[in-house]
Structures are given as structure tokens and as C-alpha cells.
Design a binder for this molecule. Structure first.
Ligand code: ZN
Length: 313
């Protein structure tokens, strides 16, 4: 204390954690060599993201996360189409990646007070926390190649993309919005089918969504389905198979009953690739199988032909 730096330089250096002995050798004190690095390590802990690498769910090759995003979640080793987050999906489809959410009116929650191993309300809470969405359907509007478009897309991460009353409400609202905007309506299913926990209310969404689609068709607007993995059960048995044009992503499972249950029921081996998009294409169930990288352009071409303002009379 009170020492002047100009005539006690070694001491003031000591204060800074450096010692100089009488032979002129410099020593770093324990403060510098031991404590400071510890504090620095605590203060500036290097964040190493645990999602730097992803693994292809098909060929199991490692993929750098940035590459996965750049390839729209398609494996660049084997071409397998993995699940793509909805926001990224919308950004890759819409002009300049810009879109607006279409609000969906709320519906009664848990009308049957359903409980299996967990309460349905707890499942909803967990799914909402995990996905940040209110339910399994997200409705957005924007432009593709300058054409007005409304897209209703399923989030498989939300209770398997299952269709309950809220999903039905979203499909109806999307159809209404398409009519208001004179826009094309594109629906992207990624769903195991009906939501068991809503029983009959879930099944009612099948005719309900079909009527909503009919309104779009009556207005002379194009209704396009983009069938992604999986499109199964009550979803496949209603609006998903009614597209003016049905496009499927490569390898997507499309069908009503899953292969395992079918095989156990009919006690016969099913053909290879049964219910995959390519199989359904070769059997006339879908119009085309389009890789994700070509989807936006393909949709723009179709919209150019089908939207009323562009059609040749
Ligand atoms: Zn792969």
C-alpha cells in the first residue's frame, strides 16, 4: 500500500501477477498461472454446440449440421429426405423466405377428459413446450413465384402430427383464407392419422376438412397436396388424397394402415417398398415424386398453370 510504481517496479509488477527475481528471471505468480485461467475458463466457457453434427436416419453417415440445413435436411450421402423444421420449410418455399402466420381460432380442449398412461392435457402441454406451437397444424400465407399461396403444414413433432379438432379448425381456416385471397391452397401432411385422445371429435375432422377443400375447389382455386413422410390413417383417408395435383416427397410413407398391421392381418408378405412414395406413384396414387430441392420450382410451374388469372380460358 502506498508504494510508488516508479521506484518499486518489481512490486507493482507483482501486483499484476508478475515477479522478477534478483537475477532478472520473470516468474508468473500463482494468481496468473493458476487462478486467472480458472476464472477465464469460468467466465468465457466456450460453447460447443451439441448439435454440430447430425446423423442420417437412413445411411447413418454423419452430416455437418450447416450442410444439413443447406440441403434442406436431405442427406447428401444417400439422398434420404429427413424431417425438416416447419419454419425452414416455409422459408425455402416462399419468395424471399417471407410468409405470415394465419391465426386459427381456438377450439375446446380435451372434450372427452381423456386419460391413458398420461392425461391428454399433460400431453398437450408437453407438445406445446417442445414445439412452441399450439397444435399440430400451422397455417401461413405468402407468395411463390409471385402467386398468392396459403399453406397448411403438419408438425409431426406435435403428438405425431395427429388430427384433432384444432387441426381440423386450421384446415378450415386455411381454406377460407385461400378463398379470401384468391390464393392456391397447399396442404402438407406429416401425420399418423386421427388423434385417439379426441375420439369421435377427431374422426369428425375427416368430413369437415373434405368440405373445406370442396369450398376451395368450388371457388375455382387450385388445391395441391404435398405428401411428406408419413401420410397415414385418417389424414390419408380424407383431404390428403383429394389434391388436384398430389406431389410426394421421395421415400415418404403414404397409406391408410401401416405395413406391419396389414401383414399380420392378411398373413402375406408385402412387396418391397410397399406404401413408399415411388410405389404409390407407380400405382397411380400420386401424380409425381419430387425431390425437396426441386419442389419450389415445381410448385411455381404448377401454380402458373392452375391459378385462375393465369389459366387459358
Ligand atoms: Zn443418408
Amino acid at each position: 500500500m502506498g508504494k510508488k510504481m516508479f521506484h518499486l517496479a518489481p512490486l507493482s509488477l507483482y501486483d499484476a501477477g508478475i515477479e522478477i527475481n534478483r537475477y532478472g528471471n520473470i516468474y508468473m505468480s500463482w494468481l496468473t498461472t493458476f487462478v486467472r485461467p480458472k476464472i477465464n475458463a469460468l467466465m468465457h466457457k466456450r460453447e460447443i454446440p451439441d448439435n454440430l453434427w447430425d446423423q442420417c436416419t437412413h445411411c447413418e453417415q454423419m452430416i455437418f449440421h450447416r450442410d444439413l440445413v443447406a440441403h434442406q435436411h436431405v442427406c447428401h450421402h444417400c439422398g434420404h429426405h429427413m424431417r425438416i423444421p416447419l419454419t425452414l420449410r416455409f422459408e425455402t418455399l416462399f419468395d424471399d423466405g417471407r410468409f405470415l402466420r394465419v391465426p386459427v381460432p381456438p377450439v375446446p380442449v380435451d372434450p372427452l377428459h381423456f386419460k391413458d398412461s398420461k392425461k391428454y392435457t399433460d400431453r398437450l402441454k408437453a407438445a406445446r413446450a417442445a414445439t412452441g406451437e399450439d397444435d399440430a397444424l400451422v397455417v401461413v400465407e405468402g407468395h411463390m413465384g409471385g402467386h398468392p399461396v396459403v399453406i397448411a403444414a403438419f408438425d409431426f413433432a406435435f403428438i405425431g402430427g395427429s388430427m384433432g379438432a384444432a387441426v381440423g379448425e386450421g384446415l378450415v381456416r386455411g381454406a377460407q383464407r385461400a378463398c379470401e385471397l384468391k390464393a392456391a391452397y397447399i396442404v402438407l401432411p406429416a401425420s399418423g392419422g386421427a388423434r385417439m385422445q379426441e375420439g369421435i371429435f377427431s374422426l369428425m375432422q375427416m368430413p369437415r376438412s373434405v368440405i373445406a377443400i370442396e369450398q376451395v375447389k368450388e371457388a375455382g382455386l387450385p388445391y395441391i397436396t404435398l405428401l411428406t413422410n408419413p401420410t397415414m390413417g385418417g389424414v390419408a383417408a380424407s383431404f390428403a388424397m383429394l389434391g388436384d395435383i398430389a406431389i410426394a416427397e421421395p421415400g415418404a410413407l403414404i397409406g391408410f394402415t401401416g405395413a406391419r398391421v396389414l401383414q399380420e392381418t392378411i398373413r402375406q408378405a408385402l412387396p418391397a417398398g410397399f406404401q413408399e412414395a415411388e410405389f404409390q406413384f407407380s400405382h397411380g396414387m400420386v401424380d409425381m415424386v419430387t425431390p425437396r430441392s426441386e419442389l419450389r420450382q415445381k410448385l411455381i410451374d404448377i401454380l402458373g398453370m392452375l391459378l385462375p388469372g393465369n389459366r387459358e380460358q
